[in-house]
Design a protein around this ligand. Structure first.
Ligand code: TYD
Ligand code: MG
Length: 454
């Protein structure tokens, strides 16, 4: 006999409490606790289980076949790379993002691209006709892509039984509900129960399941924090509404690195993969402007050429403003202090605005040198030639510190037609400069760069 239980859940972060509380002790949200009736189903009621569950025998590690080769190729290079080389069988993947960013489009495109596999696309948000219309825009057809508009877990499992899909897409986890729980769709206990049923199904049948999740206004995935712990991979789909670029990055990945990112461009016929991000991130005009520099950076495994724009002007009011988009503001302040103290540039009465072009966020410290030079260039109003790029981290004493994988950075700059690159002197050890045509300047202090350029 099923046992009835009720508990209070924070609807923001999913923390459970035995009684009502005004302020969530975990996330600090006020008035977010709602009572949910949790009817725990006895194990025999759970779909796909015969009451005993599937038993696995302990095996010698050497005898376990490795499944690396059997990853599904999603035919989407950007996604494959973010996943760590394709979809792992039996994995549960959560794609989160703001409404309208393109999660449904991405998921449908994946389903339509997997021509040799049966995919079941379950939507709780749109009707089959609406999905068909989106499919028409994407302009790709696939006999093996099945669409169903459904929100009941029990019905979904019966569709799965009838169609035995190779891959399942759920759009979105917040719309699902199982009968074994009384709470409404989107409530913490529903999300948790539905996810755990899908998790069990994925692991037992080795079917990859892609879940789409909404995010709250502060950018976190809606629903219980535990959702992120349950799934194997969490992908964030983000982008600026004003830019057409969309960035897919993993914040958790049991089967790959979390430093990779995939870039897409939203077009009238769906998401286009951007395989050469440098071209997209550099503005196209040939004129050199003051305050603009290019950095040879690396995000994940890929080299990127990133444009940094700085604007330095006299502060109109007492306290100078410092603002930064796409680059850590504290790091900018640190770099400005270094310029002031070590290179003697008076910036304390100036407003400084910094912007990384293309709406991306940069974590690579090698961009420091480009940031400093963009600031200097704007402050002196002397432009830096378009054919020059930079790579180097700045230390507190104004020294230029070595950066990782310098070869790749130089090659990328050369490939994109740059004529000169400034790199840290310490990186010259073991570097065969003769194989590059681009002129390489080895520098150890910011002042040296300044003397060469200005
Ligand atoms: P959608 O995938 O519905 O976003 P989400 O599921 O994350 O809420 O896509 C949202 C936007 O993308 C929508 O405003 C229309 C636009 N779009 C295009 O520009 N081109 C296309 O081919 C498609 C399908 C959508
Ligand atoms: Mg959607």
């Amino acid at each position: 006999k099923a046992k009835t239980k009720s508990a209070w859940f924070c609807q923001t972060c999913g923390v459970e409490s035995a009684k009502w509380v005004g302020k969530c002790p975990s996330c600090g949200e006020w008035n977010s606790f709602v009572e949910e009736v949790v009817v725990k189903s006895s194990p025999s009621q759970i779909i796909g289980s015969n009451g005993q569950g599937k038993k696995n025998k302990p095996q010698k590690i050497s005898e376990i076949s490795s499944s690396e080769a059997s990853r599904f190729d999603t035919k989407n290079e950007e996604l494959n790379r973010v996943l760590g080389g394709g979809l792992v069988p039996g994995s549960l993947i959560l794609i989160g993002g703001e409404p309208g960013i393109g999660k449904s489009t991405l998921a449908l495109q994946i389903a339509l691209n997997l021509k040799n596999y049966t995919t079941l696309y379950v939507s709780g948000e749109e009707s089959a006709q609406q999905i068909k219309l989106r499919g028409n825009r994407i302009n790709s057809d696939n006999e093996n892509c099945l669409i169903v508009s459904e929100t009941s877990m029990e019905n979904i499992f019966s569709h799965v039984k009838n169609t035995s899909p190779d891959i399942i897409v759920i759009d979105s986890i917040q719309t699902l509900a199982t009968e074994s729980i009384e709470a409404g769709p989107g409530s913490v206990s529903q999300i948790r129960e539905c996810t755990s049923q899908l998790l069990r199904f994925a692991k037992e049948s080795s079917t990859p399941v892609i879940l789409i999740g909404h995010i709250t206004k502060d950018g976190n995935l809606a629903g219980p924090k535990i959702l992120e712990h349950m799934v194997d991979t969490v992908l964030q789909f983000e982008g600026d509404q004003n830019h057409m670029y969309r960035i897919l990055r993993s914040t958790k990945n049991r089967f790959g690195s979390t430093s990779e990112m995939g870039i897409y461009e939203m077009q009238h016929n769906g998401l286009r993969e951007v395989s050469n991000p440098s071209e997209l991130l550099l503005s196209q005009d040939d004129e050199s402007l003051s305050g603009v520099t290019i950095s040879a950076s690396i995000e994940g495994m890929r080299p990127f050429l990133i444009e940094t724009q700085a604007l330095v002007s006299s502060a109109a009011y007492g306290t100078p403003q410092r603002s930064s988009t796409g680059f850590d503001l504290r790091r900018l302040n640190m770099l400005l202090a270094v310029l002031e103290k070590r290179a003697g540039f008076k910036l304390s009465t100036k407003d400084v605005f910094l912007n990384i072009a293309g709406g991306i966020k940069v974590n690579d410290p090698a961009i420091d040198l480009a940031v400093i030079l963009a600031v200097l260039s704007s402050s002196t109003d002397i432009s830096i030639p378009k054919e020059v790029c930079f790579s180097g981290e700045i230390g507190l004493s104004g020294e230029i510190r070595p950066v990782s994988r310098i070869d790749q950075r130089i090659s990328e700059a050369e490939k994109l037609g740059f004529k000169q690159i400034f790199i840290p002197k310490h990186n010259s050890k073991g570097l065969d400069t003769s194989k590059f045509k681009i002129k390489i300047h080895l520098v150890s202090k910011v002042g040296e760069v300044f003397q060469t350029l200005f």
